[in-house]
Design a binder for this molecule. Structure first.
Ligand code: ATP
Ligand code: MG
Length: 138
């Protein structure tokens, strides 16, 4: 069993596809072990995306991620880090495989509906960034 952090980004929340994303998790044997809706402040978003702070899109990305509420979830399942990223599809929705969340719903390379941790170390950091141990179902 592995855990990962998922975020339904502001575009996914405002466009009403929270349920669609969760349905795809449930259909793929991925269980939700913690979930909340938050509206990140600029410092919170900058801390979350600190690995990208030298990237040209950092300012725009953090502005987007603070533009409205997001749904953060801890997901659990076999090999869930890579299986959830497969369900998400490529960062650029134009390159995302058919049937993936980003291919079906993203509108822009930045406004790509969902986030998923990319490795066990980043998953541990990202889960701890938003949840304490009492908030995660064991
Ligand atoms: P995420 O980390 O959100 O799951 P990812 O791992 O597929 O996505 P990263 O390279 O970590 O992609 O980029 C983080 C986020 O930054 C992307 O999901 C997207 O919202 C935004 N982003 C990435 N590349 C670009 C770009 N070239 N222009 C604008 N925004 C970008
Ligand atoms: Mg990433």
């Amino acid at each position: 069993m592995e855990r990962t952090l998922s975020i339904i980004k502001p575009d996914g929340v405002s466009r009403g596809i929270i349920g669609e994303v969760i349905k795809r998790l449930e259909n793929n044997d991925i269980s939700v072990k913690a979930m909340k809706m938050i509206h990140m402040t600029q410092p919170q978003a900058e801390g979350f995306y600190a690995v990208h702070k030298e990237r040209p899109f950092f300012e725009s990305l953090t502005a987007f991620m603070t533009s409205g509420p997001v749904v953060v979830m801890v997901l659990e399942g076999d090999n869930v880090i890579s299986r959830y990223r497969d369900l998400m599809g490529a960062t650029n929705f134009k390159e995302a495989a058919e049937g993936t969340i980003r291919r079906d719903f993203a509108t822009d390379i930045e406004k790509n509906v969902v986030h998923g941790s990319d490795a066990p170390e980043t998953a541990a950091f990202e889960i701890g960034y938003f949840f304490n141990s009492f908030e995660i179902i064991s």
